[in-house]
Design a protein around this ligand. Structure first.
Ligand code: BDP
Length: 707
C-alpha cells in the first residue's frame, strides 16, 4: 500500500511538471542545466523589501537547482552580495560616487573578484532598487544572458509606472476579459487572498511601482471610511514590493458621499471636504500616491457642471494632496456630442489651460485622439502643452483588439506612440522624450496603462495577453527596449528557451498587432465596432437616438465616392493640431502614411495607392492579408506542441481557432458592407466572402459581462 501511495505521489508530481496553467506568469524559474549558483548570499540589512528580495532568490534557487539559499552577514564564500548604499559590505565594495544618478529605483549589478573568487553584487540607494536588481539578475539567468562578467547600471525612464484598473466595487471589471476583479472588496480587509501578493510581486518584477485600484468611472464609495480600510489592507501588502496605491475619484464625492449641496471646486466647504479627506487618507495610508480623475467625460460629473474649468477642478484636488506629496492624474479623455470632430476635442479643451495647472498635476492623455483603436496617430496634445506635465495612457486590456480571444502583442503599438515624433521642440521630440522629462524636465514623470488582469487562473484570460502586462512594465522602465527584445525575454521565461520555439513564436508575436489592424481596421479606418461591447464588426451600426460620435458611420463616412474621415484643411482640419511638418504631411494624401490614410482623408474608391492598386482593391488585400496571417499563426502554433506543456498549448490553440474565425467575420462584414458603396467586385485573387451581409447584420452578441 505504501508503495502504491508513493508511486501515486510521484506520478502526480511529475504530471504537475507538465501541466501548467499560466498562473506563474514569467516567474516560472524553469530548471536548467546552465545555472549560476547564487545560493550563498551576503546581506547585512533587514527591511521588509529586502526580505522579499531574499525570498525571491530562494524561490528561484530552489526552482533552478533544488538548493535553497543561505543568507549571512559575512562576505566570505558568498556568490551574491546584495544591499543598499547603507550596507557596510556594499560600501566596502562600491564607491559612493557610483550611486549618484541611480535615484530611488536604479541599481548596479556588478561582478567582482575577491581573492580570486568571483561574486555578483546587486546594490542600490534603496531597498526597492535592490529588489529590482534581483529581478533583473534572475531575468538574465532565465534568459541565458548572464555573461561571465557583468557591469550593469539601470535607472527607469519614468518615475511613476502605473496600472489603471477599471475594477468596480461590485467585483465586475469594465472592459475586463479575465474574469472578475482580483480585489475581493466584500472580504477585505479581513481576508487577504494570496493573489494580492502574487500581483505585487509580478509588478515589481517588471518595475511597475503604482496602481489605481478602481474604475475611472468611479463610485464615490471608494472614499468612504469602510473602503479606505480595505484599500489600506491592499496597500500594506503592496508596500514591500514598492507599489503605491492610487484611487480614481468621482468629482461629485463631496455631494454624493459627504452630503454637501454641491461639489463646486470653488466652494469653501467643498475644498474643506477634500482637504479633510486627504488628511484622513494619509493618516491611514502614509505613502498614498494620489488621485486619478475622469471628469466631464461620458456623462461623469466635473468642474464644468459649475461653470469651472478642468484646471479649477484639478488644482483644488492638487492643493488638497500637496502637503502629503500626492499627485493628480487628470485625464484628457473628454469629448461631447457636438459638431466638432471628436478627434479634436481634447486639444481644444486643454490647450487654453496650458500653464494653469499646479505642479503636482499631470495630464493623462490616451495614446491616440479617439480611443485605444487598433491603430491611431498619436494624440496631438503630446508636446502641444508646453507648460504642463503630460503622461501617456495605454490600454493593455484588449477592448478594441479582440478581448482575451485574440493574440495581439502590443509592444509594437506602445512603441509606435512613444517613438512618434511630435516635432514640438524641433525634430526628434518624440512622445517618449516629451513625457519622460528629457525635453521637458518636470517634478515627476509618469506612464499609465489600463490593466488586463482579473481573477482568471492565468491572470489575463489569454496566455499571450500576459506579454502585454509584461511589455508595458518593461517599456515603462526603458522605452528604448525593442519589441523584439521584450518578446524574446518574455517567451523564454514564460514558455521555453528552445530556439525552435522562441523564434517562430516571436515571429507570431511581432506580426500579431498588424494582423489585427489588417483584419479589423486597415489603412486608418477606426471605430467600426459593434455598439457597446466593441467585440465584432458593425460598420453598418446605427442605433436610434444614440450619440453620432458613438456610431461607425461617423468615423468611416462611406459613400458612393469613397471612404474615410476628411480631417484635412478642407474637412475638420484636425491636421492643424499637429506641428509642422506633420500637419502638412498628414494633410496631403500623397505624403500621409498609407497606414493612416482613411484616418485623415476621404479617399475615392479608385484612388491609386503607392503600389498601383486602387484604394478598394488595397482594402480587399489588407483584410485578406489579416485573415491569412492568423491562419499562418495557427499553422505555426500546431508545430509548437513538442516544446511546451499540453494545457497551455491547447488553450492557445483554441483561442487561435476563435481568432481565425473572427478574422474572417471581420473581413467579410467590412468588405461586403463597404462594397454596397464602392459597387466594385471583391479583388479576384483573394478569398471570397463566405458569409452573407444580411446574416452578419443579424449577429447580436450577448456581452452582458463585458459591458
Ligand atoms: C472607453 C471605454 C469606456 C471607458 C472610457 C474611458 O469604452 O468603457 O470608460 O473609454 O477611458 O474606451 O474613460
Amino acid at each position: 500500500m505504501k508503495y502504491i501511495i508513493n508511486t501515486f505521489i510521484f506520478v502526480m508530481f511529475s504530471f504537475s511538471l507538465f501541466a501548467e496553467d499560466g498562473s506563474k506568469l514569467w516567474l516560472r524559474y524553469a530548471p536548467s542545466e546552465t545555472v549560476y549558483d547564487f545560493s550563498r548570499v551576503t546581506i547585512d540589512e533587514n527591511t521588509p523589501t529586502l526580505e522579499k528580495a531574499l525570498k525571491e532568490l530562494s524561490i528561484a534557487s530552489q526552482s533552478f537547482t533544488g538548493k535553497d539559499i543561505e543568507a549571512s552577514k559575512a562576505t566570505d564564500n558568498s556568490s551574491l552580495i546584495i544591499g543598499t548604499v547603507k550596507s557596510k559590505n556594499i560600501a566596502s565594495i562600491i564607491p559612493a560616487k557610483d550611486f549618484r544618478g541611480l535615484g530611488n529605483d536604479g541599481y548596479i549589478i556588478q561582478t567582482i573578484n575577491k581573492g580570486g573568487k568571483q561574486s555578483t553584487v546587486i546594490a542600490s540607494n534603496t531597498d526597492i532598487g535592490v529588489l529590482y536588481g534581483v529581478f533583473h539578475f534572475l531575468r538574465l539567468i532565465q534568459t541565458n544572458q548572464l555573461p561571465e562578467s557583468v557591469n550593469i547600471k539601470e535607472t527607469p525612464k519614468y518615475d511613476v509606472r502605473i496600472l489603471n484598473h477599471w475594477d468596480n466595487l461590485d467585483g465586475t471589471i469594465e472592459r475586463g476579459y479575465a474574469g472578475y476583479s482580483l480585489w475581493k472588496w466584500n472580504e477585505l480587509p479581513n481576508t487577504l487572498s494570496p493573489r494580492y501578493e502574487g500581483y505585487a510581486r509580478a509588478n515589481a518584477s517588471v518595475g511597475i511601482n503604482a496602481t489605481v485600484l478602481n474604475n475611472v468611472n468611479a463610485s464615490p464609495q471608494i472614499l468612504s471610511k469602510e473602503y479606505l480600510s480595505k484599500v489600506k489592507a491592499l496597500a500594506e501588502i503592496f508596500r514591500p514590493y514598492g507599489i503605491k496605491v492610487y484611487l480614481a475619484v468621482n468629482f461629485s464625492s463631496p455631494k454624493e458621499l459627504g452630503g454637501l449641496p454641491d461639489s463646486d471646486p470653488l466652494n469653501k466647504e467643498v475644498i474643506k471636504w477634500w482637504n479633510d479627506k486627504a488628511k484622513e487618507i494619509y493618516s491611514i495610508i502614509p505613502d498614498f500616491g494620489g488621485f486619478l480623475v475622469k471628469a466631464n467625460s461620458e456623462g461623469l460629473p466635473g468642474p464644468q457642471d459649475y461653470g469651472r474649468t478642468h484646471a479649477d477642478g484639478a488644482n483644488m484636488l492638487a492643493d488638497a494632496l500637496k502637503p502629503y506629496n500626492g499627485i493628480i492624474m487628470w485625464r484628457a479623455f473628454v469629448y461631447n456630442p457636438s459638431s466638432e470632430d471628436r478627434a479634436k476635442q481634447a486639444y481644444l479643451e486643454f490647450m487654453p489651460l496650458d500653464g494653469q495647472f499646479r505642479d503636482n498635476v499631470i495630464i493623462q492623455i490616451k495614446n491616440g485622439p479617439i480611443d485605444f483603436q487598433p491603430r491611431e496617430p498619436f494624440s496631438p496634445l503630446f508636446g502641444a502643452m508646453q507648460k504642463t506635465p503630460e503622461m501617456v495612457e495605454f490600454q493593455i486590456t484588449q477592448e478594441y483588439l479582440g478581448f482575451s480571444n485574440h493574440l495581439a502583442y502590443l509592444a509594437p503599438l506602445f512603441k509606435e506612440t512613444l517613438d512618434s515624433d511630435t516635432y514640438s521642440n524641433g525634430k526628434g521630440s518624440t512622445v517618449a522624450k516629451i513625457t519622460d522629462g528629457t525635453l521637458r524636465p518636470h517634478q515627476r514623470t509618469a506612464i499609465a496603462a489600463v490593466a488586463n488582469i482579473g481573477e482568471d487562473t492565468n491572470w489575463c484570460g489569454h496566455h499571450f495577453a500576459q506579454s502585454n502586462w509584461y511589455a508595458f512594465g518593461r517599456l515603462a522602465w526603458d522605452h528604448q527596449l525593442t519589441s523584439e527584445q521584450i518578446a524574446d525575454e518574455w517567451i523564454k521565461m514564460t514558455f521555453s528557451k528552445d530556439k525552435n520555439f522562441v523564434n517562430p513564436v516571436k515571429d507570431i508575436m511581432l506580426a500579431s498587432r498588424e494582423a489585427v489592424v489588417d483584419y479589423m481596421m486597415p489603412m486608418g479606418l477606426h471605430h467600426i465596432f459593434a455598439f457597446g461591447h466593441h467585440y465584432g464588426p458593425e460598420p453598418w451600426g446605427d442605433v436610434p437616438n444614440a450619440r453620432p460620435d458613438w456610431m461607425p458611420w461617423y468615423y468611416h463616412n462611406a459613400d458612393s465616392i469613397g471612404l474615410g474621415f476628411n480631417r484635412t484643411s478642407t474637412g475638420s482640419n484636425a491636421v492643424s493640431q499637429y506641428f509642422s511638418p506633420l500637419k502638412e504631411i498628414y494633410n496631403d494624401p500623397s505624403r500621409c502614411p498609407e497606414s493612416l490614410l482613411l484616418w485623415f482623408h476621404h479617399i475615392p474608391w479608385n484612388y491609386k495607392m503607392k503600389n498601383g492598386r486602387s484604394m478598394w482593391d488595397e482594402l480587399c488585400y489588407k483584410y485578406d492579408s489579416g485573415v491569412q496571417q492568423v491562419r499562418g499563426f495557427r499553422k505555426t502554433w500546431e508545430q509548437m506542441q513538442p516544446y511546451i506543456d499540453e494545457q497551455r498549448f491547447s488553450d492557445v490553440k483554441s483561442k487561435l481557432e476563435i481568432q481565425s474565425k473572427d478574422a474572417v467575420w471581420w473581413k467579410d462584414a467590412c468588405l461586403l458592407y463597404f462594397q454596397t458603396f464602392s459597387k466594385r467586385p471583391i479583388a479576384s485573387d483573394i478569398e471570397l466572402p463566405i458569409h452573407k451581409l444580411d446574416d452578419l447584420k443579424k449577429i447580436k452578441l450577448d456581452m452582458k459581462h463585458h459591458n
